[in-house]
Design a protein around this ligand. Structure first.
Ligand code: NFS
Ligand code: SF4
Length: 622
């Protein structure tokens, strides 16, 4: 059992890893081991396959070649590679945002049965940001105009993205001054691909500056649009009781798991699961009900808005299937390991892919579009129910852990009495020292959930409020940090404040595109204090990140003025120039920089030091 303890801190993870071994299931950890040692050139960012004069490698020890065939040195190669990671991450978030905007447009034209405008107030507020007249106008007309205006943000006809103007003024001025104001979402991604082509931008600084602009087009563009439109279509989240870990699966019910990112699919599945006709069918088939659970971020979307429970995060997504309890897993896109179909093949689980842009081996493809989503969702849920009788042995080894989710900025501000002022007062008084976003993925290079849970624990016990998203948020839910009683883990000041508000010390703010909510919150605090985000006692951390999306998030967070500590080292160590710029030099450019620290105990110390420094600069008490 030592091997299992080495891979994950979670009890369900450890027990299911044993089960996987018994069932001869290959997991992400097995494949990681098989890859070792991983390529040192790639790890340092020093390999390039941008063109076919290459592939090329630069020798980090200075003995072999120092330039690729074209003449690019280590600095250029590292910067180019990093920028391409940003572009891919920004593209993933933003294309997800675009899909939602398209649904909004279809809703406006009455071509998306089952979808509707759920949050009228938010529709009006966001429309106002886009200068759309809303007074006395039909909501569907507003929705159509908003969808159109948002589509313009993706294109190239503008000088600045629209929602960027929700950032503090000082920040906007800074972005203008250093030339990183994002213009069009697609444009910045496209320009990154252009600049990183052989023989275009060969200044590592100018490349990275554009990388910043590209990342900002994600955070204050594509991701923010994804979040806002999801709220308009499916409701702005409010606190809800939910539960997490594999124990949320139910032995006597039909279990359907949604995995991926876009609520466009999972929301329709949820509606189908709730229909009386489906419940009746489930009962006829001998099940006590239909149990919907989530994995990864589409799970977070449902958890935030409806309290749908969470079966697990990224690294345990395969293990969820080894329970033998899942009748159907429905996926859309992003972070879905291509191994999922192989795992499912050993059980009765049916695997369904739904997106025109994402196919997977061993899955049945049933494509969702706004016009067929409601009907298709019913068909799939029916098929899942019919699969209940094919179950073999079921193994659900743990009880679920309760959690509260659903902390949108709107509800946080409402809980504070309508303004962020009480939070600012608590920070000023030193009861809350500061706030930290703990976000991002799992990665087999870090013991599963250890980074998130250890860092979060150290922060809250030192009176630092934690907000979280993504797989980090699921880790912290499983660890029990998200019930009102979790204030017992907090330091005295944070305990007092959260206790009086009746909230946990760790606030679940959603999926990874919902990191935009954290930007909005930081922006609201900065505006209320008439200062810039970079002056506030804030920080961010991605203790177990793995994905290109996380690179984009990290870069836009730093560019928004928030010190960000990464667990795993990004592939940049081949260029000390790039390392120095990202970990130090950026302080002079955007007022924040990166730290890298795989040990969460040490990362906690770095963050605490940073927060105390910011407090001191603001003249706040120690
Ligand atoms: Ni974010 Fe969500 Fe998880 Fe990482 Fe993947 S699910 S979008 S990328 S692994 S947190
Ligand atoms: Fe090699 Fe230059 Fe081509 Fe990269 S762009 S593969 S360094 S020749």
């Amino acid at each position: 059992s030592k091997a299992y303890e080495k891979n994950t801190i979670t009890e369900d993870g450890q027990l299911l890893l044993k089960k996987a071994e018994r069932d001869q299931i290959e997991t992400v950890w097995d494949r990681y081991e098989a890859q070792l040692p991983q390529c040192g050139y790639c790890e340092m960012g020093l390999s390039c396959r941008v063109c076919v004069m290459g592939p090329c490698r630069v020798d980090p020890f200075g003995e072999g070649p120092q330039k690729g065939v074209c003449g690019a040195d280590g600095d250029i190669i590292v910067a180019r590679n990093l920028c391409r990671m940003i572009a891919a991450g920004a593209a993933a978030h933003s294309d997800h945002g675009r899909d939602l905007v398209e649904v909004l447009a279809e809703v406006a034209e009455g071509r998306a049965p089952g979808y509707e405008i759920k949050d009228m107030e938010k529709l009006k507020r966001v429309a106002a940001e886009y200068n759309i007249e809303t007074e006395g106008k039909d909501p569907l007309k507003i929705a159509g105009e908003l969808a159109h205006a948002m589509q313009e943000d993706f294109g190239t006809r503008k000088k600045e993205l629209t929602l960027v103007k929700t950032a503090p003024e000082k920040r906007q001025e800074l972005w203008k001054k250093i030339g990183v104001m994002p213009r069009g979402i697609d444009r910045e991604i496209s320009e990154t691909m252009h600049r990183t082509h052989m023989g275009v931008d060969n200044g590592w600084q100018s490349l990275l500056l554009h990388g910043i602009r590209n990342a900002l087009s994600d955070g204050w563009g594509g991701s923010m649009i994804a979040t806002e439109v999801s709220d308009i279509l499916f409701g702005t989240p409010a606190p809800k009781l939910t539960a997490a870990n594999v124990g949320v699966l139910k032995e006597d019910q039909v279990n359907i798991v949604v995995h991926g990112h876009n609520p466009v699919v999972s929301e329709m599945i949820m509606l189908a699961c709730q229909s009386p006709e489906m419940l009746k069918l489930a009962e006829e088939k001998g099940a006590k009900g239909i149990n919907l659970a989530g994995v990864c971020c589409t799970g977070n979307e449902l958890l935030m808005r409806h309290g749908v429970p969470m079966a697990g995060n990224h690294l345990v997504s395969e293990l969820v299937l080894t329970t033998g309890a899942v009748e159907m897993m429905i996926v859309d896109y992003q972070c879905i390991m291509p191994s999922m179909g192989d795992v499912a093949a050993c059980y009765h689980t049916r695997m369904i892919s739904t997106s025109d842009k994402a196919r997977f081996p061993g899955m049945t493809h049933r494509e969702f579009h706004p016009d067929n989503a409601r009907e298709l969702a019913k068909e799939l849920v029916t098929a899942a129910i019919e699969n209940f009788e094919n179950r073999g042995e079921v193994y659900i080894p743990v009880e679920p852990v309760n959690a509260i989710g659903g902390f949108s900025v709107e509800t946080i501000v409402a809980a504070l009495g309508g303004t962020p002022q009480p939070l600012i007062d608590a920070i000023a008084a030193g009861k809350i020292r500061g706030a930290v976003g703990v976000v991002g993925c799992n990665n087999p290079k870090i013991k599963h959930d250890y980074g998130h849970v250890t860092l979060t624990k150290r922060l809250i016990e030192n009176d630092i409020l934690v907000v979280d998203t993504g797989c980090a948020a699921i880790a912290n839910a499983k660890a029990g940090f998200k019930v009102a009683d979790a204030i017992e883990f907090a330091g005295p000041g944070l305990k007092e404040i959260c206790g009086s508000l009746g909230i946990p010390p760790v606030l679940h703010m959603g999926s990874c595109v919902d990191n935009a909510r954290i930007l909005v919150l930081a922006s609201a605090l900065a505006k209320a204090m008439k200062t810039d985000i970079s002056d506030l006692p804030l920080a961010a951390a991605a203790p177990e990140w793995y994905s290109e999306k996380a690179v984009s998030i990290g870069v836009y967070t730093v560019a928004s003025g928030v010190y960000t500590v990464l667990g795993p080292m990004p592939p940049i160590t081949g260029s000390m120039n790039v390392v120095r710029l990202l970990t130090d030099g950026l302080n002079d450019v955007v007022g924040a920089a990166f730290g890298v620290e795989p040990d969460p105990e040490k990362a906690a110390v770095l963050i605490r030091r940073h927060i105390e420094e910011k407090r001191e600069n603001l003249g706040l008490p120690f």
